[in-house]
Write a protein that binds this ligand. Structure first.
Ligand SMILES: [Zn+2]
Length: 72
C-alpha cells in the first residue's frame, strides 16, 4: 500500500489541488482526473490519467479551463 505520508504530500499536477484515494487510484478533488497506482507508485502523469466524465482532453479539465493550470 502507498505510504499515507507520501500520499498526503501528493497533489494534482494541474493546479496543485489535493487528491483522494479510491482503491488503486488517486483522484483530484478539484478537476477530477484519476491517476493509477502501480506497484505502490502513483503515476502522476496527467497524460496517462483517466479523465473525468465530460472531459475528452486535458484542456477540458476544470483547472485548465478556469486558468489555474497551464498546458505546455
Ligand atoms: Zn486537478
Amino acid at each position: 500500500m502507498v505510504n499515507e505520508e507520501l500520499l498526503a504530500l501528493l497533489v494534482c499536477p494541474m493546479a496543485k489541488a489535493p487528491l483522494r484515494r479510491e482503491g488503486d487510484t488517486l483522484i483530484c478533488t478539484r478537476c477530477g482526473p484519476r491517476f493509477s497506482i502501480q506497484d505502490d507508485i502513483p503515476n502522476m502523469l496527467i497524460e496517462e490519467a483517466e479523465l473525468p466524465p465530460g472531459c475528452t482532453a486535458i484542456a477540458d479539465l476544470e483547472c485548465v479551463r478556469c486558468g489555474d493550470a497551464r498546458l505546455d
